[in-house]
Design a protein around this ligand. Structure first.
Ligand code: FPP
Length: 250
């Protein structure tokens, strides 16, 4: 717990994405599931390119959940190799376009070559300020919350902010703001253990679009949907969301 991070400078929305539907996209075309994941990587590249111009400052993508280890070994190997290659090929582009890349989740179970690619990508892109891109690999929100709780001294009374900072340390990443908008593709409507703490007041957008088909128009629709919502954070319509000072006086 000695590590401290500089606050990221990227302002803007925090958007989280559960990228679902690669397998169904491939099966519908008579292709192996791996082909869907490869197309999914192209969709990631497109989204990262278009995100900064749409007001997104932080983008967290769910690439591999800790429960995905239950998939057949071949698919898992394929995915981990794809992540490694993607990091290796995209790092230079991230540097040029001002994207800071971090991987959140456990590092101790990933292959050494992937861990090395993660470290290299994170170091090379550390100065990026246009977009904070976080890719979740071997990630479980419940496990992250448990690990953060286990770091607390017995008599600690953490605040929401200090616990959120602890979570970011457990996630091996600089602090990120709470999620504003969570998008899930593929038609399912569940959170699947993704950013449970950070999504406390996230607006949820579910789309039947399969992830490899997700494009700029889909992102624009999701953002328009988000901007049409009234976010009240538990307060009454039209009132300021920050109740902290009032809560302290009661
Ligand atoms: C869920 O679709 C998707 C995954 C488990 C993998 C996500 C990976 C990518 C989008 C590939 C590229 C990512 C990066 C960061 C380079 P699924 O396979 O469960 O689809 P299904 O529900 O149709 O079977």
């Amino acid at each position: 717990m000695q590590r401290t991070w500089q606050e990221p400078e990227a302002a803007g929305l925090h958007v989280g994405v559960i990228m679902d539907g690669n397998g169904r996209w491939a099966t519908a075309r008579g292709l192996p599931r791996a082909a869907g994941h490869r197309e999914g990587a192209d969709a990631v590249r497109r989204l990262v390119e278009s995100a900064p111009a749409t007001g997104i400052g932080t983008l967290t993508l769910f690439a591999f959940s800790s429960d995905n280890w239950r998939r057949p070994g071949r698919e898992v190997q394929w995915l981990l190799r794809l992540f490694r290659e993607h990091l290796r090929t995209e790092t230079a582009r991230c540097v040029v376009t001002g994207v800071r890349l971090n991987v959140i989740g456990r590092r101790d179970r990933m292959p050494r070559s992937l861990a090395a690619a993660v470290g290299a990508a994170e170091s090379a892109t550390a100065a990026g300020r246009r977009l904070h891109l976080r890719i979740a690999i071997d990630y479980s929100a419940r496990d992250a919350i448990l690990r953060a709780a286990q770091c607390l001294p017995p008599d600690a009374v953490p605040s929401r902010d200090s616990f959120a900072r602890l979570l970011s340390i457990v996630d091996h990443a600089p602090p990120a703001p709470p999620v504003d908008l969570l998008i899930r593709t593929g038609g399912e409507q569940r959170l699947s253990d993704f950013l449970l703490w950070e999504c406390a007041y996230a607006e949820l957008h579910f789309t039947p679009r399969m992830w490899p088909d997700f494009d700029h128009a889909d992102l624009a629709r999701a953002l328009a949907d988000f901007h049409g919502r009234e976010r009240r954070f538990g307060a009454l319509p039209g009132t300021a969301p920050d109740l902290q000072p009032i809560a302290g006086r009661i």
